[in-house]
Ligand binder design. Structure first.
Ligand code: C2E
Ligand code: CA
Ligand code: CA
Ligand code: CA
Length: 277
């Protein structure tokens, strides 16, 4: 179709170039973003549905860029993965999350933290020792930490992923399969993974209250997870009706805007205080 209009070709080229120049400079800047203190972690509560309590939170990174303002992880995590900076970023996230856990704990709040781990982290031989040292330096039990790994990250290098996960799980870190339902893992692969939690992707949860097909899919995922001895988290819970459906299906945890958006640490404490009373 490009042949038909010369102008169109020029237009697309320029846009493409601008886009890739911007990506390239973001990629370079990301390397220094940690040192310049431009990254921040937000925390989103995971509600224990049957008990009605919150004792876990997912850590979600934000980049406050001096010129571009807030850059979302969907934009810069892929760049960090391409440039290799993700390994450093993940380590920063882990340390920041553990320090926040300690700070909350000194305020009398017990919040286990879940960190997102990329495919590249699973082939980072330094990661297990790094985590182990980070925990022991803080005299923390590995049970305060969960790693969320997407189905597609698991399947990128299944054998290496498997051995990394086995080691992490042996160390006592809880492992969760993120974005479940969007990848291609088979039942037999799932069965072999040393994971304890399955996180149903939000695309199946967002319209649960109005979409009969989503209900069928979610119900099937829950059944599969429970048969494999895994607990289930549903993400993207945006209304009360969906929460009630999930409760009926026996889903253990719910995460989403209906409970709360991802929050800064002080806002999380305030939210929790309010929620618990
Ligand atoms: P994810 O791990 O699937 O995280 C869930 C995303 O859904 C988050 O987007 C969260 O803010 C959003 N969300 C939560 N509840 C709702 C809801 O009720 N409705 C809707 N529509 N969305 C909801 P966020 O924070 O923009 O993060 C996007 C993705 O970026 C994450 O998806 C994760 O894959 C990646 N990411 C975020 N932080 C990190 C990190 O520290 N390391 C790595 N490797 N990836 C990260
Ligand atoms: Ca996640
Ligand atoms: Ca997810
Ligand atoms: Ca996702």
């Amino acid at each position: 179709h490009a042949k038909r209009s010369h102008h169109k070709v020029v237009f697309y080229r320029e846009e493409l170039n601008q886009h890739s120049v911007q990506r390239l400079s973001l990629m370079t800047e990301l390397r220094g973003a940690i040192e310049r203190d431009e990254l921040q972690l937000l925390y989103q509560p995971k509600l224990n549905i049957s008990e009605g309590v919150v004792s876990k939170a997912e850590c979600l990174v934000r980049w406050y860029h001096p010129e571009h303002g807030l850059v979302g992880p969907d934009e810069f995590i892929p760049l960090a993965e391409q440039s290799g900076a993700i390994r450093e970023l993940t380590k920063w996230v882990i340390l920041t999350a553990l320090d926040q856990h300690l700070r909350w704990r000194s305020d009398g709040i017990d919040v286990q933290v879940a960190v997102n781990i990329s495919a590249l982290d699973l082939v980072d031989n330094e990661l297990p020792a790094f985590v182990s040292e980070a925990l022991s330096k803080r005299r923390l039990s590995p049970s305060v930490l969960t790693f969320e790994v997407t189905e597609s990250a698991l399947m990128a290098e299944p054998e290496q992923a498997m051995s990394a996960l086995s080691l992490l799980s042996y160390m006592g870190i809880a492992l969760s399969i993120d974005d479940f339902g969007t990848g291609y893992s088979s039942m037999s692969q799932l069965k072999q993974m040393p994971v304890s939690e399955l996180k149903i992707d939000k695309s199946f949860v967002l319209n649960l209250a109005s979409d009969q097909q989503d209900c069928i899919l979610v119900k099937a995922c829950v059944e599969l997870a429970h048969n494999l001895g895994l607990s289930v988290v549903a993400e993207g819970v945006e209304d009360e009706a969906s929460l009630q459906i999930l409760k009926r299906y026996g889903v253990e945890y719910a995460q989403g805007y209906w409970m709360s958006r991802p929050l800064k640490p002080a806002d999380f404490s305030a939210w929790l205080e309010e929620f618990s009373h």
